[in-house]
Ligand binder design. Structure first.
Ligand SMILES: Nc1ncnc2c1ncn2[C@@H]1O[C@H](COP(=O)(O)OP(=O)(O)OP(=O)(O)O)[C@@H](O)[C@H]1O
Ligand SMILES: [Mg+2]
Length: 243
């Protein structure tokens, strides 16, 4: 390989954040000896650093299963998930916990905010996890900055029950960012929002993708919202296909 080509090759592998290879997933069927069908049946995906992609697909096609595997919350039957050139499923429990707390952020359809904690306390919760080694920044200042950025600077002391659905989801977004993860996994983050709030939330994610250079994988049922991301993949019959 000549020097230019070598440099290009190095650059292209260096910028890959996530590489999913030939992922298969079968669940055991409750009460039955045999395994169920392949929910994932050879899924592949490459995500570069700072890239965003949305995943659509019919209900039951395995989108949440795929995100749970990428989040290290579930394991595949076979195949591999490489994050920053490391195989996720060679991690021990401590490394996996560290990965979940530091490297990725999770957003779900339901905000999962703690009702007894106010907005600021909810956002700071992931920094209080034992073993959090994140001394890169002053978390409280960062939380206040981000809450300001998402239009919630006057809501720091509010409890979740006093917020609108869209506001709660924005708090959940900020909480997912607090440890400065490289990748956000969002499973139908707009599922419980009206169209306006859903659009605002996606615009916020895209803005954060640009300004904070964070990669996103977003599962959604809305083709219109999916198209706002640069890349759209469809999960069908257990495989991902760019559309
Ligand atoms: N823990 C489990 N045990 C057995 N089967 C499961 C389990 N979790 C999911 N499944 C099955 O795997 C399939 C895919 O489920 P998954 O939740 O990943 O779909 P989805 O694409 O996220 O659907 P939706 O759009 O409705 O959220 C479904 O048929 C589901 O019943
Ligand atoms: Mg799902």
């Amino acid at each position: 390989m000549n020097t230019d080509k070598k440099r290009k090759h190095l650059m292209s592998t260096e910028s890959i954040l996530l590489r999913i290879e030939n992922l298969h997933k079968q669940y055991n069927q409750p009460g039955l000896e045999s395994s169920g069908p392949n929910i994932l049946n050879g899924s592949n995906l490459i995500l570069n650093a700072s890239e965003s992609v949305s995943i659509i697909g019919p209900s039951g096609s395995g989108k949440s299963t795929l995100l749970n595997i990428i989040a290290g919350l579930d394991s595949p039957t076979s195949g591999c998930v490489m994050f920053d050139n490391q195989d996720l499923f060679t991690f021990n429990e401590e490394e996996l916990a560290n990965y979940r707390n530091q490297e990725i952020g999770l957003i779900f359809q339901d905000h999962h905010l703690l009702p007894q904690c106010n907005v600021l306390e909810n956002v700071l919760m992931p920094t209080l996890v034992p073993g959090n080694t994140n001394s890169k920044h002053n978390a409280k200042d960062y939380a206040v900055d981000l809450l300001d950025k998402v239009g919630l600077s006057k809501r720091l002391a509010y409890y979740p029950s006093y917020l609108s659905g869209g506001e709660r989801q924005r708090v959940a977004v900020v909480r997912s960012l607090i440890n400065k993860p490289k990748l956000i996994l969002a499973d139908e983050p707009t599922g419980a929002l009206d169209q306006n709030s859903a659009n605002e939330l996606i615009d916020l994610l895209l803005d954060l993708n640009q300004t904070e250079r964070i990669s996103f994988i977003m599962v959604t049922h809305s083709v219109d919202l999916a198209k706002k991301m640069k890349r759209v993949e469809e999960l069908r019959y257990g495989v991902l296909r760019a559309i």
